[in-house]
Ligand binder design. Sequence first.
Ligand SMILES: Nc1ncnc2c1ncn2[C@@H]1O[C@H](COP(=O)(O)OP(=O)(O)O)[C@@H](O)[C@H]1O
Ligand SMILES: [Mg+2]
Length: 147
Amino acid sequence: MKQVLTKSNEETRELARQFACSLRRGDCVALTGSLGAGKTEFARGIADVFNCADQLNSPTFTILNIYDGSLKGIPYRLYHFDWYRLNSPEELYDIGFEEFLYGNGISVIEWADKFPDLVPKTAKRIELRRASDSERLITFEQDYPLR
Ligand SMILES: Nc1ncnc2c1ncn2[C@@H]1O[C@H](COP(=O)(O)OP(=O)(O)O)[C@@H](O)[C@H]1O
Ligand SMILES: [Mg+2]
């Protein structure tokens, strides 16, 4: 386990960028934490590393956004899930979510704890908790090599 207290959204993004450097094709990042905890900020940091953060700007509330990214000239596809508005797993099965989660892109799930059984066992679990207006306590289930 590893815990980091960030003091701004930029610090959270930077932490996510450092973490994202350890990601490999097929990895899934499961983010938990309440509304405003910083899950999207964290996802933005990951998208930064894969050079597709510009595609993350749409303020839509879709279950899944797909970004075409790249790292060191190699294309990566990012699957950005948000399960907040999901009422039942059926909606995920309807879009064939397993093909994405278990494919060779990188998946990031916000509100992963809504359907814990649907989160891949190998997912990298990260919990974000509001500590104050500008502080977030970010807990990595495993200790990843951060730069
Ligand atoms: N240390 C911090 N880390 C991340 N976000 C922060 C932090 N301090 C303040 N914030 C603010 O909290 C909000 C987090 O929003 P967001 O990432 O969309 O949350 P979530 O996706 O978990 O609902 C943003 O408005 C951000 O600017
Ligand atoms: Mg969000």
